[in-house]
Design a protein around this ligand. Sequence first.
Ligand code: PLP
Length: 450
Amino acid sequence: MTVQPNSVEARDQAYQLHSYTNARALERDGALVIERGEGVHVYDNNGKQYIEAMSGLWSVAVGFGEKRLVEAATRQMSKLPYYHTFTGRTHGPSVDLAEKLIQMAPVPMSKVHFTNSGSEANDTALKMIWYRSNALGKPEKKKIISRIKGYHGVTIASASLTGLPNNHRSFDLPLAGIFHTTCPHYRVFAQENETEEAFVARCAQDLEDLILREGPETVAAFIGEPVMGAGGVIVPPAGYWEAIQTVLRKYDILLIADEVICGFGRTGEMFGTQTFGLQPDIMTLSKQLSSSYQPISALLINEKVYEPLADESAKIGTFGHGYTASGHPVAAAVALENLAIIEERDLVGNARTLSPLFLKRLKALESHPIAIEARGVGLIGALELKPRDGFALGQLGPKFAALMLEKGVIGRAIGDSIALCPPLIIDEHQIGTIFDTFEASLDAFQAQLE
Ligand code: PLP
């Protein structure tokens, strides 16, 4: 791409350091400027249309340009554009949203605590757990177990929970006291001739071995996404969560379900917790909570977590945690309206109805000569490309995603996997277009490679 002087692209190069971007490559190539969105589509500054098959960053459930969310924000902006929830203050939208989330919770939950991003929610979960262990007189019970390839965000603590090398390398992470156990990706991590059942048992055994090595009295919590998203859409094998939770219960270890991607319909149920039979003590929510029209995230905590925390705050005089924008009234109002749309239009039902078609078309790509594995559940999936001589691992994915982008579909390269996570408002025809384009792009990419 040639970048014109004084264009948006040129000024972007001059002034922004982008997230998750090779800064030197951006100086050379410039960024893609997205100007507007409507339904499942976004448009660049040349008017080119794309299907946003990643819902932005796994988040725009109700699609782009949803007027009801604009109106909800405008109404709230006019009435009370900002207030906080510190020092015993509150406001209607945060109360309404907290009540709604407790009613929606798939397992009994006691309280909601608001934050502004998935990272902050997971960071806060970790702080709550440390605070709770101190409250319980168990100051040694502080270690947290996460998983290789899990993704939980980028703050110092949540990046430590994340089990991906690029979030640790040169950042001096992970923090001490955070451990990563086996990733439940059968194809990659199973041993030779190991059945799926035996692999699941080994994942649970690896977890138990780690707990015993560290000392069960020192391990406070386990965090996991029901389905791993940013690690490459890794759907755990049958029985995985049951086996993991049996170990956690045995050693009195709390479970944090990171529902930041799965929450609000992605897996074909309202929460991934339901799809995979989890019994979490804490759930972290964001993304589809507001369809990312506003930054907001939330933690749902059960009585087991709340009670000691409340006692400790009484002892100290305060629960010394919170952000200026926690439970922001405009973000809360938008989230409430977004949840109303998800329920009224039965978008979870839409995900469930269209999932078989989505997964059938995805699975069909697995037999393409340059593909190695298709993975998915609900309306989230990924196709992994076969490793190829002359290409380092992780080089093919971005090249392929760029080719598919040219053809008008936005997917996300995660190493050599291409992830799809379309808005929940998607229809059959649009799913057809995504996969027709995917298939044509595979053929074109194969031709390019040969
Ligand atoms: N947890 C999961 C499962 C995520 O996928 C993400 C982001 O992709 C996060 C946490 C971090 O959220 P944020 O980017 O809002 O900090």
